[in-house]
Structure formats: structure tokens, C-alpha cells
Design a protein around this ligand. Structure first.
Ligand code: 5GP
Length: 186
């Protein structure tokens, strides 16, 4: 079992990539994070996230239930549940963590054997237009995400691998190859 950390700026298509991988290769499992943000329309508790209160999140921190956690985009708390590792292990699957830069750094520190992959867009302009077109954020939220994106892009070199998401299937396949090839090597 490998632990694959996928990070990259908002709007780069991490969610679509992860969905593509899960659909095409059943050796992969998505780590369901805990978050204090409210569900968006269509999001299901326990499937997309574990939607929890701030008090619940605090107790997860206190009880050492989180592998990493961070305040993302300056508002809500997000964290990876350690129990997700056991779930992947029990199913003999590779665990995909779609988390932010702060979280990616914490995971690498705690589990250096994790494979970190940074996903970027072909250009900043493309990133901006994808972010505006998905219409899930307000203008102010888009602005925050673009600011965060700049900081994240500057940290791309910290990752074990970098991929440019110019084509969903090709990039998804590339991530699968990175994850499974690495496993053969170790
Ligand atoms: P969204 O609210 O749009 O679902 O996610 C916002 C950001 O939170 C994304 O960049 C995503 O990668 C990040 N995120 C989701 N789950 C986690 C987590 O468990 N830990 C950390 N550090 N970031 C997360």
C-alpha cells in the first residue's frame, strides 16, 4: 500500500483527477477528510468529507486522530483521519490524499515514504478561468484561492513529482504510474 499525496492550487482539477483515478483503477481509495465547512449541494457526509463541528474537530486534534490538519483558505479546518490509513491497509489499496500544501508538508514530515505529487495547470490564466467557470465560489473566495495558488505554485519543487494537468485521462494515468511504479521500487 502506498500513500499518495496530491496537492496543487484550487481549480487545477485535483478533484476530477482523483475521481478519474478511482473510476479507472480500483487499487486506489480516496481518503475522506474531516472538515468544518458546510456541505455544498450534492456533497454527501462520509463520502466527500466527514462534515463536523469545530468542537468535534478540536476533539479529533486532542485525541490524536489526525495525521495532519490545516486551516485552508483562511477559514475552515480540514484534516486527514489516521483511521483512513487503516481502511486502505485493510483493503490493500493505495490511499489518495487530496490535501493542501500545509497538509502535504506535514504528511511528508511524519511519513517520509509517502509519495507527493504536485498538480499544476498549463498556465496561471488557465487556472484562473477554470476557477471562475466552476461557479462554486464567490468573487472574494476566488480572489483568496488565486492568492493561495501563487504561494502554492512557488512550493512545487518540494514535491517528489510534478505533473501538469493538461489532459484528464493522460494526467490520471501518469499519477497511477507514479504511484504503482514507486511501489515496485521499494
Ligand atoms: P474544498 O473546500 O474546495 O473541498 O477544499 C478546499 C481545499 O482543502 C482543497 O485545496 C483541498 O485540497 C484541501 N483539503 C481537503 N481536505 C484536506 C485535508 O484533510 N487536509 C488538508 N490539509 N487540506 C485538505
Amino acid at each position: 500500500m502506498s500513500l499518495i499525496v496530491i496537492a496543487g492550487p484550487a481549480g487545477v482539477g485535483k478533484g476530477s483527477l482523483v475521481s478519474w483515478i478511482l473510476e479507472h483503477d480500483h487499487r486506489f481509495l480516496l481518503s475522506v477528510s474531516a472538515t468544518t465547512r458546510a456541505p455544498r449541494p450534492g456533497e454527501i457526509d462520509g463520502v466527500h468529507y466527514q462534515f463536523v463541528s469545530k468542537a468535534d474537530f478540536d476533539s479529533m486534534i486532542t485525541n490524536d486522530q489526525l495525521l495532519e490538519w490545516a486551516v485552508v483558505h483562511g477559514t475552515h479546518y480540514y484534516g486527514t483521519l489516521i483511521s483512513e490509513l487503516a481502511r486502505a491497509e485493510a483493503n490493500d489499496q493505495h490511499l489518495l490524499l487530496e490535501i493542501d500544501l500545509q497538509g502535504a508538508r506535514q504528511v511528508k514530515k511524519r511519513l517520509p515514504e509517502a509519495i507527493s505529487i504536485f498538480v499544476s495547470a498549463p498556465s496561471f490564466e488557465i487556472l484562473e478561468s477554470r476557477l471562475r467557470n466552476r461557479e462554486t465560489e464567490t468573487d472574494a473566495e476566488i480572489q483568496t484561492r488565486l492568492e493561495t495558488a501563487k504561494a502554492e505554485l512557488a512550493a512545487a519543487h518540494e514535491f517528489d513529482f510534478r505533473v501538469i494537468n493538461d489532459d484528464l485521462a493522460l494526467t490520471g494515468q501518469k499519477i497511477i504510474e507514479i504511484a504503482t511504479h514507486q511501489e515496485r521500487e521499494t
